[in-house]
Write a protein that binds this ligand. Structure first.
Ligand code: HEM
Length: 136
Protein backbone atom coordinates (compact mmCIF):
# COMPACT_ATOMS: atom_id res chain seq x y z
CA UNK A 1 0.00 0.00 0.00
CA UNK A 2 1.44 3.43 -0.92
CA UNK A 3 2.30 5.79 1.91
CA UNK A 4 -0.29 8.35 0.75
CA UNK A 5 -3.05 5.70 1.07
CA UNK A 6 -1.81 4.91 4.57
CA UNK A 7 -2.14 8.57 5.57
CA UNK A 8 -5.58 8.94 4.02
CA UNK A 9 -6.93 5.72 5.59
CA UNK A 10 -5.50 6.54 9.03
CA UNK A 11 -7.13 9.98 8.83
CA UNK A 12 -10.43 8.29 7.89
CA UNK A 13 -10.22 6.15 11.03
CA UNK A 14 -9.79 9.27 13.18
CA UNK A 15 -13.04 10.61 11.71
CA UNK A 16 -14.74 7.26 12.35
CA UNK A 17 -13.77 7.55 16.00
CA UNK A 18 -14.94 11.18 16.21
CA UNK A 19 -18.19 10.44 14.33
CA UNK A 20 -19.08 7.41 16.45
CA UNK A 21 -18.22 9.31 19.65
CA UNK A 22 -20.61 12.14 18.80
CA UNK A 23 -23.20 9.61 17.57
CA UNK A 24 -22.99 7.72 20.86
CA UNK A 25 -23.23 10.95 22.88
CA UNK A 26 -26.28 12.04 20.87
CA UNK A 27 -27.89 8.63 21.35
CA UNK A 28 -27.27 8.77 25.11
CA UNK A 29 -28.58 12.34 25.18
CA UNK A 30 -31.92 11.11 23.81
CA UNK A 31 -32.37 8.87 26.87
CA UNK A 32 -30.43 10.77 29.52
CA UNK A 33 -30.18 14.51 28.67
CA UNK A 34 -26.49 15.48 28.91
CA UNK A 35 -26.29 19.04 27.61
CA UNK A 36 -28.74 21.12 25.54
CA UNK A 37 -25.96 22.25 23.14
CA UNK A 38 -25.19 18.67 22.13
CA UNK A 39 -27.64 18.66 19.20
CA UNK A 40 -25.41 21.26 17.53
CA UNK A 41 -22.95 18.41 16.98
CA UNK A 42 -25.37 16.44 14.78
CA UNK A 43 -24.10 18.09 11.54
CA UNK A 44 -20.52 17.35 12.67
CA UNK A 45 -21.50 13.71 13.33
CA UNK A 46 -22.91 13.46 9.80
CA UNK A 47 -19.95 15.28 8.21
CA UNK A 48 -17.32 13.21 10.05
CA UNK A 49 -18.95 9.92 9.08
CA UNK A 50 -20.03 10.62 5.50
CA UNK A 51 -17.12 12.76 4.26
CA UNK A 52 -14.41 12.09 6.84
CA UNK A 53 -14.92 8.33 7.05
CA UNK A 54 -16.76 6.92 4.03
CA UNK A 55 -15.50 9.27 1.29
CA UNK A 56 -11.98 9.46 2.72
CA UNK A 57 -11.66 5.67 3.16
CA UNK A 58 -12.85 5.22 -0.43
CA UNK A 59 -10.24 7.70 -1.66
CA UNK A 60 -7.44 6.03 0.26
CA UNK A 61 -8.32 2.53 -0.94
CA UNK A 62 -8.97 3.66 -4.53
CA UNK A 63 -5.56 5.37 -4.79
CA UNK A 64 -3.99 2.09 -3.74
CA UNK A 65 -6.10 -0.34 -5.73
CA UNK A 66 -6.91 1.26 -9.11
CA UNK A 67 -4.77 -0.21 -11.90
CA UNK A 68 -1.46 1.56 -12.53
CA UNK A 69 0.26 1.99 -15.84
CA UNK A 70 1.98 -1.33 -15.64
CA UNK A 71 5.33 -0.25 -17.01
CA UNK A 72 5.67 2.53 -14.44
CA UNK A 73 6.64 1.68 -10.84
CA UNK A 74 4.84 4.80 -9.53
CA UNK A 75 1.18 5.71 -9.39
CA UNK A 76 0.45 8.65 -11.73
CA UNK A 77 -0.64 12.12 -10.55
CA UNK A 78 -0.06 11.43 -6.86
CA UNK A 79 0.17 15.20 -6.36
CA UNK A 80 -3.48 15.55 -7.35
CA UNK A 81 -4.46 13.04 -4.69
CA UNK A 82 -2.36 14.92 -2.13
CA UNK A 83 -4.25 18.10 -3.07
CA UNK A 84 -7.59 16.23 -2.87
CA UNK A 85 -6.64 14.93 0.60
CA UNK A 86 -5.86 18.43 1.89
CA UNK A 87 -8.95 19.98 0.27
CA UNK A 88 -11.29 17.28 1.63
CA UNK A 89 -10.09 17.83 5.19
CA UNK A 90 -10.16 21.63 4.95
CA UNK A 91 -13.68 21.31 3.48
CA UNK A 92 -14.87 19.06 6.31
CA UNK A 93 -13.74 21.55 8.96
CA UNK A 94 -15.21 24.52 7.08
CA UNK A 95 -18.56 22.70 6.98
CA UNK A 96 -18.28 21.91 10.71
CA UNK A 97 -17.38 25.58 11.36
CA UNK A 98 -20.37 26.70 9.29
CA UNK A 99 -22.83 24.38 11.05
CA UNK A 100 -21.76 23.28 14.54
CA UNK A 101 -19.74 26.44 15.30
CA UNK A 102 -22.23 28.73 13.52
CA UNK A 103 -19.62 30.58 11.47
CA UNK A 104 -22.29 31.30 8.86
CA UNK A 105 -23.76 30.16 5.57
CA UNK A 106 -20.82 31.42 3.53
CA UNK A 107 -18.35 29.32 5.49
CA UNK A 108 -20.61 26.31 4.98
CA UNK A 109 -20.85 27.05 1.26
CA UNK A 110 -17.05 27.50 1.04
CA UNK A 111 -16.65 24.11 2.74
CA UNK A 112 -18.90 22.41 0.21
CA UNK A 113 -17.10 24.10 -2.70
CA UNK A 114 -13.72 22.98 -1.33
CA UNK A 115 -15.08 19.43 -0.93
CA UNK A 116 -16.29 19.40 -4.54
CA UNK A 117 -12.81 20.60 -5.51
CA UNK A 118 -11.34 17.63 -3.64
CA UNK A 119 -13.61 15.24 -5.58
CA UNK A 120 -12.58 16.94 -8.82
CA UNK A 121 -8.86 16.52 -8.17
CA UNK A 122 -9.37 12.91 -7.16
CA UNK A 123 -11.50 12.15 -10.22
CA UNK A 124 -8.92 13.76 -12.52
CA UNK A 125 -6.24 11.51 -11.08
CA UNK A 126 -8.43 8.40 -11.21
CA UNK A 127 -9.90 8.86 -14.69
CA UNK A 128 -7.06 7.30 -16.67
CA UNK A 129 -6.69 4.49 -14.14
CA UNK A 130 -10.22 3.20 -14.75
CA UNK A 131 -9.12 0.54 -17.19
CA UNK A 132 -9.30 -3.21 -17.62
CA UNK A 133 -6.57 -5.62 -16.59
CA UNK A 134 -5.11 -5.32 -20.10
CA UNK A 135 -4.87 -1.56 -19.65
CA UNK A 136 -7.48 -0.65 -22.31
C1 HEM B 1 -21.12 5.33 9.12
C2 HEM B 1 -21.93 5.46 10.18
C3 HEM B 1 -22.96 6.54 10.34
C4 HEM B 1 -23.45 7.46 9.46
C5 HEM B 1 -23.09 7.67 7.98
C6 HEM B 1 -24.44 8.25 10.18
C7 HEM B 1 -25.17 9.28 9.63
C8 HEM B 1 -26.19 9.92 10.26
C9 HEM B 1 -27.12 10.83 9.62
C10 HEM B 1 -27.13 11.21 8.13
C11 HEM B 1 -27.97 11.28 10.56
C12 HEM B 1 -29.13 12.26 10.39
C13 HEM B 1 -30.42 11.48 10.22
C14 HEM B 1 -31.61 12.38 10.11
O1 HEM B 1 -31.51 13.58 10.39
O2 HEM B 1 -32.68 11.88 9.76
C15 HEM B 1 -27.60 10.66 11.81
C16 HEM B 1 -28.24 10.85 13.02
C17 HEM B 1 -27.90 10.25 14.17
N1 HEM B 1 -26.91 9.32 14.37
FE1 HEM B 1 -25.66 8.62 12.96
N2 HEM B 1 -24.50 7.83 11.49
C18 HEM B 1 -23.63 6.78 11.63
C19 HEM B 1 -23.37 6.05 12.77
C20 HEM B 1 -23.92 6.33 14.02
C21 HEM B 1 -23.60 5.64 15.26
C22 HEM B 1 -22.61 4.49 15.37
C23 HEM B 1 -24.36 6.21 16.23
C24 HEM B 1 -24.45 5.90 17.70
C25 HEM B 1 -23.57 5.22 18.38
C26 HEM B 1 -25.18 7.24 15.62
C27 HEM B 1 -26.08 8.03 16.28
C28 HEM B 1 -26.90 8.95 15.69
C29 HEM B 1 -27.93 9.70 16.39
C30 HEM B 1 -28.28 9.59 17.87
C31 HEM B 1 -28.56 10.51 15.43
C32 HEM B 1 -29.72 11.48 15.67
C33 HEM B 1 -31.01 10.72 15.44
C34 HEM B 1 -32.21 11.63 15.67
O3 HEM B 1 -32.37 12.61 14.93
O4 HEM B 1 -32.97 11.34 16.58
N3 HEM B 1 -24.87 7.28 14.28
N4 HEM B 1 -26.50 9.85 11.61
Amino acid sequence: MPRLSQWIIRTAFIYLLLGFTFGALLLMHKGIPLHPALWRWLPAHIEFLLMGWIVQLTMGVAFWILPRYWKSPRRPQALWVQIAFVLLNVGIWLVVAGTTFRAGQWVLLAGRVVEVGAMGFFALHAWKRIVSREGA
